[in-house]
Write a protein that binds this ligand. Structure first.
Ligand SMILES: *Cc1c(COP(=O)(O)O)cnc(C)c1O
Length: 294
């Protein structure tokens, strides 16, 4: 994709796929490859690029010059939309859950530095943010816009995430990824051959309910598959919780492999995968890809 000035936006796609040798897995006969989506672009990394670029293309095709999206105050997605607006010449509006707090946290300061206008929405209304009456009121207030749902998760995003799986040309049995809204898992599962399984690791408590969302997203995209399931027991206390046990896993993984996993998403997936392998729940002889989503 070209930026506002006509320059090519630098994205590393296909993202690299590296084997990682770890005795804890080797002992179980499991081989691990990392799909380094975090290396796609520093400002719009990983699945944020996969989900946004088809939406940017759709917004341009629709002749829209403003993007509006939703997120919590620490949303990686909101920050990525602001960066995308800056580089691809869209005005951006970020509707943030809850009250305004000053000074702005690093995520929101970065969004504002990229020209995003912030609007705050009380939590009760926020729960209904995608409903027509709430969206109509946003249009009255901000003028016309191209709506990108929370997390960037819509049918276009599912198609974008399917490319992650389609880029894997080596033989593989299982692909693991974190689950926030579920669009990344929905796309990855859809992009795999039917005999390859996708395992999603929800980062929130009660993540088993996200199966409904994954199914809805696949169905909206016209890409329904049944080669995936959720592993809901690796939320480590809930969204953005960082218990000592998870921190120790991150430190140890960094020491062994030189890669610092992000505590909200990718560390939980990797820790979950290592536990499943240790418990013999990943059959010996399996080749596993862990998607480092950002
Ligand atoms: C946003 C994000 C996710 C969540 O992806 P969903 O498609 O919402 O499930 C996963 N990993 C990283 C690194 C993220 O930033």
């Amino acid at each position: 994709m070209r930026t506002a000035t006509g320059a090519e936006f630098p994205v590393r796609v296909p993202s690299p796929l590296h084997e990682v040798v770890d005795e804890r897995l080797t002992r179980r006969g499991v081989r691990l490859l990392l799909k380094r989506e975090d290396l796609i672009n520093p400002e719009i990394p990983g699945n944020k690029w996969r989900k946004l670029h088809p939406n940017l293309t759709a917004a341009r095709a629709a002749g829209q010059d403003t993007l509006l999206t939703f997120g919590g105050a620490y949303s990686n997605h909101v920050r990525a939309v602001a960066a995308a607006g800056h580089h691809f010449d869209f005005g951006t509006i970020g509707v943030i859950r809850g009250e305004e707090h000053h000074p702005l946290n690093p995520s929101l300061s970065s969004a504002v530095a990229h020209g995003m206008r912030l609007a705050y929405m009380d939590r009760t209304t926020y729960r209904r943010k995608h409903q027509p009456d709430v969206v109509a009121r946003l249009r009255e207030e901000h003028g016309d816009f191209f709506l990108i749902p929370e997390g960037g998760s819509n049918a276009a995003a599912v198609h974008g995430c399917a490319d992650v799986a389609r880029e894997i040309t080596e033989p593989v049995d299982v692909v693991c990824c974190p689950v926030g809204t579920g669009a990344t898992l929905a796309g990855i599962a859809a992009g795999l051959p039917p005999d390859v399984r996708a395992l999603g690791f929800p980062v929130l408590k009660g993540g088993e309910h996200l199966a409904t969302e994954v199914r809805r997203l696949q169905s909206e995209a016209g890409l329904e598959t049944d080669n995936w399931h959720l592993e809901p027991d690796f939320h480590f206390g809930g969204y953005a919780k960082r218990p000592a046990e998870l921190e120790a896993f991150i430190q140890d993984f960094h020491t062994r492999h030189g890669l610092r996993l992000d505590f909200v998403y990718t560390a939980k997936t990797m820790a979950g995968l290592f536990t499943l392998a240790a418990d013999g729940r990943i059959p010996a002889g399996s080749r596993v890809v862990a998607v480092v989503t950002g």
